[in-house]
Design a protein around this ligand. Structure first.
Ligand SMILES: [Zn+2]
Length: 478
């Protein structure tokens, strides 16, 4: 009689016997795998998601970082068990600390995670981990096309094309779906990441530094690191686990490249935190310097700014105001396109190119709203506000006032804001962390600065050490 633990293996083995052609030996993990999806299908999934991921997040501007991360990723992937995949590595223009992999070899890291690393070897360890998800074919089977389709659904599409139930906007529409791997998968990817980074000649002792940084972030803020936190094993446990593997490595693998100073010099000037050029709120007014507009959302509503849309949700999450770009080149054409679907009936025009409308949600429930189309510089904006039919009267006037507040942003105080940036300084003498903060003030709090520099607040910092400070990024008060 088999113990209970053996049952999943037995089931898997039996399944393998049934579908002979679908059962393969994974070269990275050495495990038998049921693969319902061919390598070509796997590659197609990653390839189809790529433009959607890039449109949702945006690529970090400039070729330097893209080339650098892609070159490093290609080197690591070439030493993996699946070197023939069409590997692609991108840096996303996103402040969150995150990295993720799609089937077929499509790997993404954010500028947020890059600004937290302190060496090239740390970056190599995270790229190696993500490569591991691909080589081990984690979760390929569970991923559905539907998940991929949802990924790229901007709010614009959600609002204007099929009227998703508006409550879902706040719950699901505002966040990108991340693939979730099991903890076992994550441990396996840690092991594979360690393998790939050492094969490429990097010092494995840099890998635990990354986990320590995530651990400190978790403790400091409780903030989510999507792929790297929610389903990942506790970072503190990962440190112990990976360290016990590192000590067992042959001595010649343990003196690899760190690349601390060259990595830090490269970080100099990188955008840090939210980029206010792409929109920011002061009070309930939203400012968009790059597109030179401002708009005031209803008092007390939660403002959300995404790459493809900006909006505000009522406190009860039963009404929305959303601003997007229309595809059409004139307000009239945009209005015509908007009213084309059968489930949207135009009401009266109430102000310039603003209209009332009634609509039916996908679930059959009635929606009432107001929508306007405004030409601003070279773009046509769609401004829409709506709620369930029965609560519309409560919000109608507030929403109309919000829509008609859209206008040109002229005030230089709001127009000229710039994002915060990383600046690298070389310490001219030894000093403690408090002295560093006094000598080189930053626009972020000391605990965050300690985390991104991987120092403790009572550490003494040696002369010549490179340190990150954060400069700029201040917003007007009012
Ligand atoms: Zn992972």
């Amino acid at each position: 009689m088999r113990s209970k633990e053996h049952v999943p293996f037995a089931v898997a083995a039996a399944a393998c016997l049934v579908g002979l052609s679908a059962c393969t030996l994974n070269p990275a993990t050495g495990e038998r795998q049921l693969t319902l999806m061919s390598e070509a299908q796997e590659a197609a999934m990653g390839r189809q998601a790529e433009p959607q991921v890039l449109a949702s997040f945006g690529e970090y501007p400039g070729r330097d970082w893209q080339t650098y991360v892609n070159d490093l990723g290609q080197t690591l992937a070439a030493s993996s068990e699946r070197p023939h995949l069409a590997w692609a590595f991108h840096v996303l223009d996103d402040p969150l600390v995150n990295a993720f992999a799609y089937p077929g070899g499509y790997i993404y890291v954010t500028r947020g995670i890059l600004s937290h690393f302190n060496s090239e070897a740390e970056l190599a360890s995270v790229l190696g981990h993500e490569i591991g998800h691909v080589t081990a074919r984690h979760s390929v089977e569970q991923m559905s096309q539907q998940q991929l389709a949802q990924l790229g659904l901007g709010v614009a599409a959600a609002v204007s094309e099929d009227f998703r139930p508006y409550a879902g906007y706040a719950a699901a529409g505002l966040q990108i779906l991340f693939l979730k791997f099991s903890r076992d998968d994550e441990r396996q990817s840690d092991d594979l990441g360690l393998r790939y980074m050492t094969r490429a000649g990097y010092d494995p002792d840099e890998m635990p530094n990354v986990f320590r940084t995530f651990d400190r972030m978790q403790i400091a803020s409780g903030r989510q690191i999507p792929d790297w936190q929610s389903t990942h094993p506790n970072p503190a446990d990962r440190v112990g686990r990976i360290e016990s593997q590192i000590v067992r490595l042959p001595a010649e693998l343990r003196n690899g490249k760190v690349g601390r100073d060259e990595y830090l010099r490269r970080l100099d000037g990188m955008t840090f935190g939210d980029n206010p050029r792409a929109g920011y709120a002061v009070g309930n007014t939203f400012y968009h310097p790059d597109m030179a507009f401002r708009m005031t959302f209803p008092e007390g509503w939660k403002i959300v700014n995404q790459r493809q849309a900006a909006g505000a949700v009522s406190p009860n999450e039963d009404a929305l105001v959303v601003l997007t770009l229309a595809r059409e080149s004139t307000p009239d054409a945009a209005a015509q396109a908007f009213f084309k679907p059968e489930n949207i009936q135009p009401g009266g025009r109430w102000h310039d190119s603003f209209y009332s409308f009634n609509a039916t949600a996908a679930d059959g429930s009635p929606i009432r709203g107001v929508v306007g189309f405004i030409k601003h510089h070279d773009a046509v904006f769609q401004l829409i506000a709506y709620s369930g039919g029965e609560v519309f009267d409560r919000y109608g006037n507030t929403m109309r006032r919000s829509l008609t507040s859209f206008g040109e942003l002229r005030d230089r105080r709001y127009l000229d804001v710039q994002p915060a940036r990383v600046e690298i300084v070389e310490l001219p003498r030894a000093m403690n962390f408090a002295e560093f903060l006094r000598s080189y003030p930053s626009t972020v709090e000391a605990p965050l600065l300690a985390i991104i520099n991987q120092v403790d607040e009572n550490d003494t910092l040696e002369r010549g050490r490179l340190m990150k400070r954060i400069v700029g990024g201040e917003l007007p008060d009012r």
